[in-house]
Ligand binder design. Structure first.
Ligand code: MN
Length: 238
């Protein structure tokens, strides 16, 4: 059986004019049995329509902050850098791929894009906007693969099935987080301070977003490759 073709959304550096992807995403897909391709940083809908129909699945990678206009908020001082081309292309991909029943896996920025694309909102900055006494450090200063906080996982979820445990320690590189959950999504894990760490669309072949970075962890801990495997396997079933 041929490997499913999986499109990965790229980082785009506006200053240098460079399209690129960080380590672990494409390699994780390949390790899990898929064939990964980096999409160009283009937002044309015709081109994206063609990509959506020809690829078997989509990985929405990590990256900068989303323009809050997409969830009807103004840019607050603590919103970070914005990538207009990524916002346009990724929101388009998520909306259409989900509608067409194609697998979508979102990592870090990816979970946030998935939530916003389907009508949810974000905290523009956890530190400034989340009032929790037990607030954790979500922008870790430790090696990238090193887990720094716990998550509590809901049973009967793909995240639970991938770890087969109620609690796991994950790495954390985000200053934003899901606030209002988009219709259809379910929060399937949270950190002890209540921050949403994963979302899953119910009754879908595979639409899962995680706030941590499994692509930086799977080489150290094979448990973190299992979501990649579930994603790639879902892409084979179409
Ligand atoms: Mn976190």
């Amino acid at each position: 059986m041929q490997r499913p073709l999986i499109a990965v959304t790229p980082w785009y550096d506006y200053e240098k004019g460079v399209t690129y992807i960080k380590d672990g995403y494409c390699e994780g897909i390949i390790e899990a049995g898929g064939l990964a391709f980096l999409l160009p940083a283009v937002a044309g809908e015709d081109l994206l329509d063609e990509a959506i129909s020809r690829f078997d699945g989509f990985l929405i990678s990590g990256g900068p902050d989303i323009d809050p206009a997409y969830y009807n908020e103004v840019n607050l001082p603590y919103n970070g850098s914005i990538s207009p081309v990524r916002d346009q292309m990724e929101i388009c991909i998520v909306k259409k791929a989900v509608l067409q029943g194609k697998p979508v896996f979102g990592i870090c920025r990816g979970i946030q894009v998935m939530n916003v694309a389907l009508g949810g909102t974000l905290y523009q900055d956890i530190q400034a906007q989340v009032k929790a006494e037990n607030l954790l450090k979500h922008s870790q200063e430790a090696p990238k693969w090193f887990p720094t906080h716990e998550i509590f996982i809901e049973k009967d979820s793909r995240v639970w099935n991938s770890f087969m445990r109620d609690t796991v320690r994950v790495n954390s590189y985000h200053h934003q987080a899901v606030k209002d959950i988009a219709p259809g999504f379910k929060a399937t894990s949270r950190s002890p301070d209540g921050i949403i760490e994963s979302l899953e669309l119910e009754n879908h072949v595979f639409a899962v977003g995680v706030q941590w970075h499994p692509e930086l962890m799977w080489r150290k801990n094979a448990d973190f490759l299992r979501l990649f495997s579930d994603f790639v396997d879902s892409c084979k079933k179409l």
